[in-house]
Ligand binder design. Structure first.
Ligand code: ASP
Ligand code: MG
Length: 402
């Protein structure tokens, strides 16, 4: 008997019709003899709607109460899906965060699942379907918590691990993981198999199909995942250990995001300790600095430092820089109309010339590169935002992904 975790995203449970459809998918799995725990997101748009409501009360809505509010989205879909299964004459029951319980650690709106009691649910799924709301948990003080936007994926992976499941399937509104964003790059293709590492890079670099911290947990505990569509029967994308994948291409996917901003500090002193002095207060303020470039100084005394941060950290960052008494500089410029375009591929490690090919392709499109960062399996560039799709399509073509 196979124990499966099936997770359904917001669009998959976005209407009553769709919830009934999901109940049918679960019924088929149940009838074929599998033990099922279903994890659900809130109906699509619901979480945003609840956040907007909280803002109508206060822009600084109390975090504890925000978690109470947001967790209701998943409570609604859990109950509706359970009702739909019971209507199909299938034994089903929902469990909320505190009933299991799903124990979390960390701050409100950004907690992590650390443990769950598995006994009651394991007993129930011998002949029934268990339904668990994603995204929510309970702290050791008994407060309702949530685990970060898109967190239902992380709930599914945590359940797969703690229940020692045989399979974890993420049902969504696309056929799987694509070589680029299928909505904007029509030639993008579904990827059949991808390694955890590549998937982690793609999802942290802008691919929206799976939450990156969920991929990270799956990688740490080696939990194979399949991402597939709720609306077709097609095979999805399998995410698993790299050793099981043969790489025929150097690049697996092209991702992009438009949530970065670039800051340049012009005319900083060029001497030991300056970079540390610049970044120390940013670190204290928990601002994540991504790419850093330091120019060679022309006069041996001053230099320019460019770096990128998340766009919504931009004003906080410039404020901190301006207040920083330890660093002398001429001026700060910034640009938030930039995009990050990245190529990702485990095959890059063994293929020479990938960097050159990427830069040459961008040059042919007359796209200026503003910053670069690399790791073993990815290469990212910052470019002007209006060039994003042109760059993505070009890279998709030259790395044979069309
Ligand atoms: N409903 C939550 C969100 O929209 C969690 C999820 O959908 O995974 O972020
Ligand atoms: Mg979602």
């Amino acid at each position: 008997m196979v124990k499966k975790i099936l997770k359904f995203g917001g669009t998959s449970v976005g209407t009553i019709e769709r919830i009934k459809h999901v109940a049918n998918i679960i019924r088929k799995e149940h009838v074929s003899g599998n033990q099922i725990i279903a994890v659900v997101s809130a109906m699509s748009g619901k979480t945003n709607e609840l956040i907007e409501l909280s803002k109508e009360i206060s822009e600084k809505f109390e975090k504890r109460e925000l978690d109470v509010l947001l967790s209701t989205g998943e409570q609604v879909t859990s109950a509706l899906l359970c009702g739909a299964l019971i209507k199909l004459k299938i034994k089903a029951r929902s469990w909320l965060n505190w009933q299991i319980p799903i124990l979390t650690e960390g701050e409100h709106s950004n907690s992590r699942i650390v443990n769950m009691n598995v006994s009651k649910i394991n007993e129930f799924i011998k002949d029934g379907i268990a339904i668990v709301p994603g995204f929510q948990g309970i702290s050791k003080n008994g407060d309702v918590t949530t685990i970060g936007r898109g967190g239902s994926d992380a709930t599914a992976v945590a359940i797969a691990k703690l229940f020692d499941a045989d399979a974890c399937e993420i049902y969504t509104d696309v056929d799987g993981v694509f070589s680029s964003d299928p909505n904007n790059v029509p030639v993008a293709k579904k990827i059949d198999k991808i390694s955890y590492e590549e998937m982690l890079e793609l999802s942290s670099l802008g691919a929206k199909v799976m939450q990156s911290s969920a991929v990270q947990t799956a990688m740490i505990y080696d939990i194979p995942i399949e991402v597939r569509s709720t609306f077709t029967d097609r095979k999805g994308t399998r995410i698993f250990d790299q050793q099981n994948i043969d790489y025929t291409k150097s690049v697996t996917g092209v991702a992009y995001s438009k949530d970065d901003a670039k800051i340049t500090i012009i005319g900083v002193e060029d001497k030991p300790g300056v970079a540390a002095n610049i970044f120390e207060p940013l670190n204290e303020a928990q601002i994540n600095v991504d790419m850093v470039i330091q120019n060679i100084s022309s006069d041996q005394r001053t230099t320019d430092i460019t770096f990128t941060v998340k766009r919504n950290d931009l004003s906080k960052t410039t404020e901190i820089l301006k207040k920083n008494k330890k660093v002398k500089f001429n001026k700060i410029t910034n640009n938030d109309k930039v995009a990050k375009v990245s190529i990702v591929g485990a095959g890059m490690v063994s293929t020479p010339g990938v960097t050159f090919k990427m830069f040459k392709g961008l040059a042919e499109e007359k796209i200026n590169i503003l910053a670069i960062s690399t790791s073993e399996i990815k290469l990212s560039v910052i470019i002007d935002e209006p060039n994003t799709l042109k760059a993505v399509k070009k890279l998709h073509t030259i790395f044979n992904l069309d």
